[in-house]
Design a protein around this ligand. Sequence first.
Ligand SMILES: [Zn+2]
Length: 330
Amino acid sequence: MNFINELKPYIANQYSHLPKSRYISVFILRTTQSEAIFRTEGSGEGCNREIVTNIDGQAIFRAIISKRKQIAVERREGRQLLRKHALLFTNKDKESVKDDNVCSMNRNNPCEKCIDCMLYGYAVGTGGAQKSRVMSDDAFSLLPFDLISDKKTFNALYENNTMRDPVTGKPSSSIGEDEYIVPGAHFLDIEVLKDVTETELMMVLGNIIRSKRYGAISSRIGSVKNSILGISGSDSELFSTLEWINSTDALLQKETSEHPQLESTVVECATQSIAQLIDSQICGNYYSLTTGELASTIKDIKEVYASPEQLKEKLMALTRSYPQNEGLEI
Ligand SMILES: [Zn+2]
């Protein structure tokens, strides 16, 4: 696949340690397709929310999906592919790759060689580090928290169909209500990629498109649809997720401010906001894909992912292209 020429000034030919002001912004609409619980791990508290001001300066509670949680889901999606094609390594030279030493998230053993380490970053105690080239803010809900949240019990029942242990008769210790986000809630999010190559961009987009579940208890709830509403290349960062939310919200208020908000109206307002915000804030050069170019780019990416051989070839070539991997057996 090839990204269109107008985007190429903002895409690197090859990985380099030195940044060169090339930014790709990916504008994402995340819509819950089932109930979902977005909270801080182990906090035992309700869903994440934050008080922010809207475009008129009024305080508003918006639900949030934390940036770390979103990116972690997408990284795992990509790492599964790398694992499948034996493109995760160990951090020692000439050590055979086994389950206990292979590059793994949150086990403090990044291999410093694989696409995930190079793209999403790593840091090790001994001093090695790669800054993440995928930057993101928290995703904010378009509607206020109260309009898209509710409470109920998600705990599994015992075999006797109650919350009481059929043998001991004791009530379940995990009894209680959980706060959750209702289906059909819209969140906006921007992922900004810095100095990435074509295959790295393809990988991040593939990870976003293929990720379908976010948040807690994701084997039963947390289904989310990601729609890519826009891709822009630029020589400086464009605007923040919160600015995009506020601007889209202001446009939407004229059409609908109740849940559920029609997806096509949300898409229309969010897309219009991207153009307006770039226009009013840009200090440099940029190019935004047209609707047709965006659709054909996504179609091309899907074609590569549908062809295991083609995908493997691209991922292997990218892995080999990192300077430290010269001579690495792949
Ligand atoms: Zn790695």
